[in-house]
Ligand binder design. Sequence first.
Ligand code: GLN
Length: 473
Amino acid sequence: MAWDSIATIARKVQAGEITALDQVTAAFKTIEDKQEFSAIIATLEDRALERAKIIDDRIAKGEAVGRLAGVPFIAKDNFLVFGAETTAASNILRGFTAPYQATAIERLEAEGAICVAKANLDAFAHGSSTENSDFMVTKNPHDVTRVPGGSSGGSAAAVMLDMAPFALGTDTGGSIRLPASYCGAVGYKPTYGLVSRSGVVAMASSTDVIGPITKTVDDSALVLDVMSGLDDMDGTTIPAEAAGYIDLNGDLVGKKIGVVKEYMAEGIAPGVRERIEAAIEQLKAAGAVVSEVSLPSLPTALAVYYILCPAEVSSNLSRYDGQRYGHSYKDAKDLTESYKKSRSTGFGKEAKRRIMIGTYVLSSGYYDAYYKKAQTVRTKLINEFNDALSQVDFLLGPTAADVAFKIGENTDDPLKMYLTDILTVAANLVGVPSINIPVGSVDGLPVGLQLMAAQRQDRALLSIAKKVEELQI
Ligand code: GLN
């Protein structure tokens, strides 16, 4: 079934027109019917049905139930959630159950939302296609021979397959926006720190953010509104804007939009370029003031990301030593062998690759040559973004250089896979909010427009995104 908007579902549940139990049951039915897409790692039947009944009981008694009452959702399997294992799609976490829940999940549940399933991802969120999952490969809802993008590919596919009205993803270098682009969803990466990372499996802590994947901007905005803001459990969190993120009321007229020159350079597929240029024309016709801006260091962003990200990954993955979480190698003769064997049998290829690269760039012999230099260029990028965003309100470009690629096409060539992130990583390095908005398709495969704003301008960005959505490009 196709879902109403999140606000409508909650309103109808609150009014007693529909029940939370029916919503959850409908979600499970679709998940079951669409198993062939391999979007879901685990379902949370017992817990979800129990929560739905509690909500319906409260409504029957006239008690308050929250503004997401009875709305089913799906969490990427790197969120700590009660009711199923949390694996991050890695063998090393098999058998691990959460001792507490992620703050984002707690906040959604406090408003009556119900987590029904955990979505597939590239193991530990390392990847751009969901092919790095240790468990299964998720298929693109528009073409089962193609990838859904990654690493939140299960989440994006699940939303487009109507398994739930919204899903949560994480975005360290593009993992919400890229699958949203490939699957034709709205994917929102908030300002760094706007949503607590507490209870989410860490990838690269200085760029990790949490955000929604939905079919509409309003739905993403409502989910963000519920999840955002300061959290004692994450010292990097920032307060939400006073106006919050609902009742968006932006106007395109007079808004200054900078088309990023480096994002429209060679390498963009002709069909994608045509859709982005069509969007630019429509924005102009709607009254936006569109100009070209240049961020000269942007071509270095990918190299910077693939130094800093593995460095942080190698550090964050050191906690999985076979003693504390999930998988532990059974026949080790002593502790040292247990560490070695647990890690060598538990981690997949990509995690190992990143541990090696990260350890290398952080080693005393190469720290100055790689890690320190990358941090210097990161600062340069931040300065260039700040300059550009003092001249224009928003930055624009494609989210991905091409439409979804074929399953298996890039798996033998990690560098080629890394190149798919070329247009998304900068927003993470700089910490600015960024959104993917679908702008039509090429041969039946969705194309995504990327808009970015200055840090803490999430409300303005969502407001303008809603206007762009209304243009139905
Ligand atoms: N594709 C990027 C990577 O592999 C980004 C992943 C992410 O955002 N989690 O690192």
